[in-house]
Structure formats: structure tokens, C-alpha cells
Write a protein that binds this ligand. Structure first.
Ligand SMILES: Nc1nc2c(ncn2[C@@H]2O[C@H](COP(=O)(O)OP(=O)(O)OP(=O)(O)O)[C@@H](O)[C@H]2O)c(=O)[nH]1
Ligand SMILES: O=C([O-])CC(=O)C(=O)O
Ligand SMILES: [Mn+2]
Length: 590
């Protein structure tokens, strides 16, 4: 497979620990993946779906207690506790290794050990990075083969370099009491045990591309962010790129694949998807910020995906997709989920595999965090530049979350430092993407709270340093909120495709084409500058005014909450961020 002695030494060491009954290197060849799929279908790990309607598609059911990322069992193991910061669970590396080693000891005795060489980013791009995942799960192999570039091409690109991330995963006994997702940034190592769920086990994704990569990015002067990347093509055929950070299950995939409203389509506007979850950003030769999507597929939220909300995602999942934890229609062997349509199957199995009548049952058919794994190349709106090795130049950065109140539809920061502050003070209602309460407001800076591999105070400092380097070439920074509700709890803004109207304003601001009102929190649009053509019946000027309203009393309560959140960071919090907070409070009081 490879002569790389660093790889071989590590594989040998792991083989001794795991004692697998066999070892299989993933080559990336179609026939190898097909035979693994056939094996998983035979054992029931995968259910083959209707191959006429959904060619290449399968369904997987995870254990019922293993359906989301486990943030309380996720650790950053640096030598110093302060390095990991108050934003992470911490354990000393030696202690974690000693605790987990017995869990891995001999764990693959009756199993095959799969070795997956993978690249995050297009193979050969100078911004790409290589990792290995050892796993005993075919589900993981097949997911990684969609989500990343795998196999021999990666080994070739690595050559004899020792620059790779060592990932070890075993589903072990799926014992939730001994479930750990441990990161050792100083050793480029990730150990994950006793889970089979996406974000915990597809080690290229959150573990490498965010937690380890954010650590590397600070050391090396680049950024690993929980951001979608999209291109907006205007009628002249020019494309401007936007990166946006929203917490898990808060609309990244939807925005990345947005279909512009008719009024925009008629004029010739188009949206191109570059990525839907993660952006790696570097300063390019011209001094601008360039983003690559390190992934090759989408691990998207299924519920709510339909012909209207996200036709591009729906189309992407029509072939070669792995569905996890959705309902199975027994009549035609297809899949169903809440929000697909108003016609749930009556003869079906729910995500747990129990018999389920969608018309009569009060139980859900699909788990709220059910997911699809689908190849980016199958997305109808995938950008022609999505694999450009140098990335795409970013004009604007968006932060946003689910805020029933307080945050207006959109506002703009005064400059990069203030923009960093907007990111640092982001908040959102929690979702089903993680184990725990849903709907609770928590602060989630840059949507990175669960994914920053080091002290978040230093992370804010890194953002400020990137701004110092980018100077006047820095993207403009905005905050958006699609989720404001009225007194009846109904979303006030139509969202989805209509978010194009907000992107339009944002790009107009980037090109100095529209004015804005400077208020306490930054620049807000003038009501007449948000284009409501075609939705005047749904969005009146009064409603827009409400959507853009800033209530000082709500904001002052937020300021108190921010102070509490920043407290534990002590003097690791950059003084620029404290200064922006003081300024905000002062502005609100005046
Ligand atoms: N009301 C409203 N809901 C939205 C909007 N955009 C997305 N959603 C809903 O938010 C949920 C999650 O959306 P996604 O786009 O999958 O979220 P994500 O940020 O990609 O999630 P992760 O993959 O967990 O990182 C879905 O149920 C969507 O239907 C919007 O503009 N308005
Ligand atoms: O990592 C996962 O499990 C899915 C995801 O994209 C997120 O939670 O942000
Ligand atoms: Mn995500």
C-alpha cells in the first residue's frame, strides 16, 4: 500500500493494540466499496432501498442512544489545561491514553480493521491535509468515501511525509458510559470509541477539519471554520463568494443550496454551492481571504428537506446516498421523514425499526437529527470552482443563529474588529444536532463552541490577527437571523429562498451600492433597501421594520449574559473584545 515508515509504524502499533482478525486498506476503488456495501447489506448494517427510485441508496439505523454528537464526552487533551480553555472538556493526554487504551485493547478480535487514507481538500491543493482513520465499521468506511477523498491517490500525495492526522475509531460495544471522543492536538491524534454516529466517528469532519485544524490554523496562520461557502452569480455573470457560520441545524446546508426567488432568477441571478459545513481559509497571493471546502460530500439534516425548502438537497440525495435514522416505507422500500410532504406512509418502520403508521402514530418517523450522506458532485448547484485548489475569494462573512428575539434580520459590523466581536458574542437556541436540551439559548461564538480545538480567548485573538494581516482586503462581516418570531411564536421572515434578498443587500453593501443606518449595534438596512418584490403580501414595510428593530432592553440583557460567558476566559480574552463590549453597552445606554 505504502512505504511511508511513519504510517507503517503507527499502523503496526495500532494492530498490536486492536488485534483485528484482518486488516483491509481502503483503496478508493469502486469494486472494493461495492463489496463492502454488499457485506453491510447482508449483515443488516445497511438496508438496500428501492434501486429504481433511489439507485445506490441505503438506510442505516444507529443505536437508539447514539444519534447525535456527545459534547460532554468530547475532550481536548493538551498538556496544559489552559490551552484547551473553558470552552472544552480537558484531560491530560497521558491520562486519556491510559483510560482509553483498555477500551481498545483487543477490541477488533472478531472484526476487520479498515484503514482509510483520506484527504481533506482536493488532493494536491497546498491547503489540503491528509488523515488516516482506522475503524471497525463499514458504515464509517462508506460514509468517509463520500465525505472525503479516500484511497491510493491520497497515499501517493502523502509520499514519505510524516504530516498526517492519526485517527482511531471503534464502535466497541456502543457503551454510552464509555463513549469518548478524544483529541490530542499536540500529537495530531484522535481517538473515538463506543459511538457509531456521524459527528463522533467520521473523524475527518468535526474532529479533524475543525478541532485539530483550528489548532493547526492558529499555529500556521490560517482559519478552520464551521462555515458554508456559496457563490452569488449576478446577471453580468460575476460571482461573489460568501462564507457563513451558523450553529448545527441552523441553516447552513439550506443557505448553501438556496434557490433564488423568481424575481431574481428572471434577472439571471444564480447561487452556487462550494461547501455546506466547513471552510478552511487562507490569505492568497493577492492578500485576499480564500476558502476551500475540505469535504467532498454533505452530511445533512434530513427533516424539513423538501421540494420547496431545499430542492437541490433533495435532488442530491436521489442517488448513492446513505440515509441515517429516517422512516422506511415498507410498501415501496423508499424513505420518509417529517417535513418531506403531508403524506406519511401507513405501512412503515420508524427510525428505530418499529412498525409505524405515519397517519395514526403520534411518534416521529424520522429522528430530528436524522441525516443524509451524499456526494457534493451530485448536487445540481455545485459550483464549477468547488474543487479549485486555491479556493474561492471571500467577499463577506456572515454569523447567525436561531434567535426568537433580540437579533435583527441583518446588520453589518463597523470593521473587522467589531465583526470579530459579533462572532464572539453569537448565540443560538440549541438543536437536536447534539445530545442535550433543545431550544435553550446558549452563546456559541462563530458557531465553534463545540469545535474549537483550543482556548477560545486565543481563538478570538487569532481572528483579530488575521484581520491585521488582511487589512483593507478583509471581507466585510455581517450578522443575520432568519428565526425571529412574532407573539404567536411564528417565524416572521419567510426564510429559505427569500434569504437571497438579504444576501443581495449584503453584496450591495460590499460594493458600496446602498446606504445604511448606523445605530448602537452597527449598520442596519433602510427598510426600502430590502427587496420584497413578489412577497409584498407576506412582508410589509411594517413587518420589515419589526424584523430590523433593535430593543435596547433586550440587548442590555444580552450584554449581561455575554459578560457572564466571557468571565471564565479571564485575561485570555483579547482587550479589543472587552473594548467592543464596553462600547456596545455605552451605545445602548445612550
Ligand atoms: N424558518 C427557517 N428555517 C430554516 C431556514 N433555513 C434552514 N431552516 C431549517 O433549519 C434546519 C436545519 O437546517 P440545515 O441547513 O440543515 O442546518 P445546518 O446548519 O446545515 O446543520 P448541520 O449540518 O447540523 O451543521 C432545517 O430543519 C431547516 O428546515 C430558514 O431560512 N428559515
Ligand atoms: O457533526 C455532525 O454530527 C453534524 C454536523 O454537521 C453538526 O452537528 O454541525
Ligand atoms: Mn455542521
Amino acid at each position: 500500500m505504502t512505504n511511508n515508515k511513519y504510517v507503517l509504524n503507527w499502523i503496526n502499533e495500532m494492530t498490536e493494540l486492536l488485534e483485528p482478525k484482518g486488516v483491509m486498506w481502503i483503496t478508493g476503488e469502486e469494486n472494493q466499496l461495492e463489496s463492502l456495501k454488499a457485506e453491510a447489506i447482508k449483515t443488516g448494517e445497511l438496508i438496500l432501498l428501492n434501486q429504481e427510485l433511489l439507485p445506490g441508496c441505503t438506510l442505516h439505523r444507529s443505536a437508539v442512544n447514539d444519534v447525535a454528537r456527545v459534547e460532554d464526552r468530547t475532550f481536548i487533551c493538551t498538556s496544559e489545561k489552559d490551552e484547551a480553555g473553558p470552552n472544552n472538556n480537558w484531560m491530560a493526554p497521558q491520562k486519556m491514553y491510559s483510560m482509553l487504551t483498555p477500551l481498545f485493547n483487543g477490541v477488533m478480535k472478531d472484526r476487520t480493521m479498515y484503514v482509510i487514507p483520506y484527504s481533506m481538500g482536493p488532493v494536491g491543493s497546498k491547503y489540503s491535509r491528509i488523515g488516516f482513520e482506522i475503524t471497525d465499521s463499514i458504515y464509517v468506511v462508506l460514509n468517509m468515501a463520500i465525505m472525503t477523498r479516500v484511497g491510493d491517490v491520497v497515499l501517493k500525495a502523502l509520499g514519505d511525509s510524516k504530516d498526517f492526522v492519526k485517527g482511531l475509531h471503534s464502535t466497541a460495544e456502543l457503551d454510552d458510559k464509555n463513549r469518548y471522543i478524544a483529541h490530542f492536538p499536540e500529537d495530531d491524534t484522535i481517538w473515538s470509541v463506543n459511538s457509531g454516529y456521524g459527528g463522533n466517528v467520521l473523524l475527518g469532519k468535526k474532529c479533524f477539519a475543525l478541532r485539530i485544524a483550528s489548532y493547526l490554523g492558529r499555529k500556521e496562520g490560517w482559519m478552520a471554520e464551521h462555515m458554508l461557502i456559496l457563490g452569488v452569480e449576478n446577471p453580468e455573470g460575476e460571482v461573489k463568494y460568501i462564507a457563513a457560520a451558523f450553529p448545527s441545524a441552523c441553516g447552513k446546508t439550506n443557505l448553501a443550496m438556496l434557490v433564488p426567488p423568481e424575481v431574481y432568477r428572471k434577472k439571471g441571478y444564480k447561487i452556487w454551492t462550494v461547501g455546506d459545513d466547513i471552510a478552511w481559509m487562507n490569505i492568497g497571493e493577492d492578500g485576499r481571504l480564500y476558502a476551500i471546502n475540505p469535504e467532498a460530500g454533505f452530511f445533512g439534516v434530513v427533516p424539513g428537506t423538501n421540494e420547496k425548502s431545499n430542492p437541490n438537497a433533495l435532488e442530491t440525495t436521489k442517488k448513492d446516498t446513505i440515509f441515517t435514522n429516517v422512516a422506511l416505507n415498507l410498501d415501496d422500500n423508499t424513505v420518509w421523514w417529517e417535513g418531506l410532504n403531508d403524506n406519511p406512509p401507513e405501512n412503515a418502520e420508524d427510525w428505530k425499526g418499529n412498525h409505524w403508521n405515519g397517519k395514526k402514530s403520534s411518534e416521529r418517523g424520522a429522528h430530528p437529527n436524522s441525516r443524509f450522506t451524499a456526494a457534493a458532485k451530485n448536487c445540481p448547484c455545485i459550483s464549477p470552482n468547488w474543487e479549485d485548489p486555491k479556493g474561492v475569494p471571500i467577499s463577506a462573512i456572515l454569523f447567525g443563529g436561531r434567535r426568537a428575539k433580540t437579533a435583527p434580520l441583518v446588520y453589518e459590523s463597523r470593521d473587522w474588529q467589531h465583526g470579530t466581536f459579533l462572532g464572539a458574542t453569537m448565540a443560538s437556541e440549541t438543536t437536536a444536532a447534539r445530545t442535550g436540551d433543545v431550544g435553550v439559548i446558549r452563546r456559541d461564538p462563530m458557531a465553534m463552541l463545540p469545535f474549537c480545538g483550543y482556548n477560545m480567548g486565543d481563538y478570538f485573538g487569532h481572528w483579530l490577527e488575521m484581520g491585521d494581516k488582511l487589512k483593507d482586503k478583509a471581507p466585510k462581516i455581517f450578522h443575520v437571523n432568519w428565526f425571529r418570531v412574532d407573539e404567536n411564536g411564528k417565524y416572521m421572515w419567510p426564510g429559505f429562498g427569500d434569504n437571497m434578498r438579504v444576501l443581495d443587500w449584503i453584496l450591495n453593501r460590499c460594493e458600496n451600492k446602498v446606504d445604511a443606518d448606523e445605530i448602537s449595534i452597527g449598520y442596519v438596512p433602510k427598510v426600502e433597501d430590502i427587496n420584497t418584490e413578489g412577497i409584498e403580501d407576506k412582508v410589509s414595510p411594517e413587518l420589515l421594520r419589526e424584523l430590523l428593530e433593535v430593543k435596547p432592553e433586550e440587548w442590555l440583557a444580552d450584554v449581561e449574559n455575554i459578560k457572564e460567558f466571557f468571565e471564565p476566559f479571564g485575561d485570555r480574552l483579547p482587550k479589543e473584545i472587552s473594548y467592543e463590549l464596553e462600547k456596545l453597552e455605552e451605545n445602548l445606554k445612550n
